[in-house]
Design a protein around this ligand. Structure first.
Ligand code: PMP
Length: 359
């Protein structure tokens, strides 16, 4: 039989920036109590769900979605008190991070992030040949404002990503600090408010005074993660440019219709946020009372905690008790930390009991 010529490994044809990266992966051990992804424990209230089914049933499945996402942008704009032209939706807010990097980051350009933070900023930048500069957070996870401002000014990053409240630390950055960074930076400053509904002070339409500021939000943390809907708000001139790299049909028709409907009932969601923040304070106190666990105060729907014994053993023990939290195995500065999402009171109790028994 004729020998096949040696074929080239098609994987080796891929750009080094992608080849050298790892795929986004979190071990998803099957567990009864899932508290590792910052989702809401609560689906939308039953009354709203009924409306959502009706709206979904009206989908024209043979047709492409509305390319301009007009109704959706209007609904987002009226929820946020901005103009529809100041909004752009994404298939999750991580897609908007990608659109921003494509639109603003030339190969060889840089982004700046405090560290530790949401890992996708660095990963997406790397895929596009854009480097990441880090401004390490202080020991209590507050912003090292001076260093961040200096780097934002001296290193000319194309984008500064400020997740506030930050993932995984839960700390919200002061408005005055965000403003100073925006003033020092010649590029765009993204305030990623994915967790803002659990926090005390949104920055609002900061882009009105500072046109280089972008506000990023998502519906993933408030009970609609399955729909994949994030959005940015910014000066309309920036939206116009970034919108060019958005793929024409990135938001499917079901998501567009369901989100428009769900946003009509926004006030029915807000008691659930209050319930989660109340639970967060209860879980925090519970964690403080456990020897060997050092929780950090949080303004998000999760709590980061340092574990003084071997985190691998504690994590395995939690999994055996069917409780899944996020362990930042091998990560810089948080390798000995777990992040627990605030679940329902019963889930939180199971977690606290399992953790006590695992130490
Ligand atoms: N920003 C931050 C800070 C996050 O933690 C996450 C989710 N982990 C996202 C953005 C992405 O959210 P989504 O793509 O679901 O909108």
């Amino acid at each position: 039989m004729k020998k096949q010529p040696d074929r080239v490994d098609p994987g080796s044809l891929v750009r080094p920036g992608v080849r050298n990266a790892s795929a986004y992966h979190v071990d998803q051990f099957p567990c009864e109590v899932v508290l590792d992804a910052n989702e809401s424990p609560y689906p939308p209230p039953a009354k709203i769900r009924e409306r959502l089914w009706v709206v979904m049933a009206g989908t024209a499945f043979n047709r492409y979605p509305d390319m301009e996402t007009s109704l959706l942008r209007n609904a987002i704009a009226s929820k946020e008190g901005v103009d529809a032209a100041e909004t752009m939706p994404g298939n999750g807010s991580d897609e908007i991070v990608q659109s921003l990097v494509i639109a603003l980051g030339e190969p060889g350009a840089r982004i700046l992030t405090p560290s530790p933070t949401f890992s996708m900023y660095r990963a997406i930048a790397a895929f596009h040949g854009v480097d990441t500069i880090e401004a390490p957070l202080n020991e209590d996870w507050t912003l090292d404002t001076e260093t961040t401002i200096r780097l934002a000014s001296d290193q000319s990053p194309s984008i500064v990503f400020l997740a506030s409240p930050n993932n995984p630390t839960g700390v919200r950055y002061d408005r005055a600090d965000v403003e100073s960074i925006a003033d020092a930076c010649g590029g765009v400053v993204v305030v990623d408010e994915a967790y803002v509904d659990f926090s005390s002070e949104p920055v609002g339409a900061m882009f009105r005074d500072r046109p280089n500021v972008v506000i990023l939000k998502t519906l993933s943390k408030i009970g609609l993660a399955a729909l994949r809907l994030g959005y940015m708000m910014a000066d309309r001139r920036l939206i116009e440019q970034v919108n060019k790299v958005r793929l024409p049909f990135n938001i499917n028709s079901v998501t567009q219709a369901v989100v428009v409907e769900a946003l009509k009932y926004w006030e029915a969601f807000t008691p659930l946020f209050r319930e989660i923040t109340r639970e967060r304070e209860r879980v925090f106190k519970g964690l403080e009372s456990i020897t060997g666990v050092d929780p950090f105060p949080s303004e998000a729907n999760f709590i980061l905690m340092r574990i003084s014994s071997d985190p691998a053993l504690v994590f395995d023990s939690l999994i055996r008790k069917s409780v899944r939290v996020r362990w930042f195995k091998g990560a810089d500065r948080v390798g000995d930390c777990f992040r627990v999402t605030i679940g329902s009171p019963a889930e939180n109790d199971r977690f606290l009991t399992a953790l006590r028994q695992s130490l």
